[in-house]
Design a protein around this ligand. Structure first.
Ligand code: FMN
Length: 228
């Protein structure tokens, strides 16, 4: 199935042109309007229990930015899709493969990494952190990261059990992703969903949102008011 510009894609009853709001298609930039546009934010969730807050996080950003969302298979166990803003499309591994069947078809993880100005992974699971640090790319989220242009900002907000957080692998993996240019929004200490007390809970969506927004505003000011 070729997914050209005229094609529509029906996902869970919602029909849309996959690239209708994207500025790139088939790897080529389309004509950009000179009018200022909203920042494009790619929000991603992996399989931490904190993904139950993903809808809230998407809502914070959707108030002022164009938002697209990505979730891993495990994250879908925690995300209540009814909490997502109506205009935010949630992409999954299923879309990655349903939109491609032959050479010349668009590749979703490449389209999304080109579309986005910035990416935020919240929550970041121990597993996805390890995969990013190791360069693995076996799902939509990790393929986007593996293909990411590290000139563009990327933030991660880990969330995991405190024993996972204090495991020596975590520090090693965080050092590796720091070298890539990834910015850490650290987890906080509290009673975790599993009942343990300690560090590992995802920062609140409001804090993640304000951290990213402040970063974008200060960069925009440094660029003399231009959003790009
Ligand atoms: C109920 C439940 C809660 C979980 N919570 C977390 C968590 O908070 N953080 C984490 O790193 N992994 C958590 N896991 C384990 C991940 O879901 C698991 O490692 C999964 O493979 C992650 O896949 P992903 O990184 O592709 O999303 C949890 C698993 C279950 C069953």
């Amino acid at each position: 199935m070729r997914m050209g510009l005229e094609a529509t894609c029906k996902v869970e009853g919602h029909e849309f042109k996959p690239w209708e709001t994207m500025s790139y298609t088939n790897g080529r930039a389309m004509q950009e309007s000179s009018a200022p546009r909203k920042p494009r934010i790619l929000l991603a969730a992996s399989g931490s229990v904190a993904a139950i807050k993903f809808g809230n996080l998407c809502s914070c950003f959707a108030d002022w930015a164009d938002v697209k969302a990505v979730a891993t298979h495990a994250a879908l166990h925690f995300i209540d899709r009814t909490t997502l803003p109506k205009d935010v499309i949630l992409y999954t591994d299923e879309h990655e493969w349903s939109t491609w069947s032959k050479i010349g078809d668009t590749v979703l993880h490449i389209e999304l990494r080109q579309w986005a100005d910035i990416m935020v992974i919240a929550p970041l699971s121990a597993n996805t952190l390890g995969k990013i640090a190791g360069g693995l790319c076996d799902n939509l989220l990790t393929c986007i990261i593996r293909a990411w242009d590290y000139e563009k900002p990327i933030f991660v907000a880990p969330a995991m059990n405190t024993h996972m957080w204090t495991n020596p692998f975590t520090e090693r993996h965080l050092m590796t992703v720091d070298e890539l240019g990834v910015t850490l929004i650290p987890p906080v200490s509290k009673r975790l969903a599993c009942g343990d007390y300690g560090t590992g809970a995802m920062a609140e969506p409001s804090l993640i949102h304000s951290t990213v927004r402040l970063f974008m505003e200060s960069r925009q000011n440094a660029n003399g008011g231009k959003s790009q």
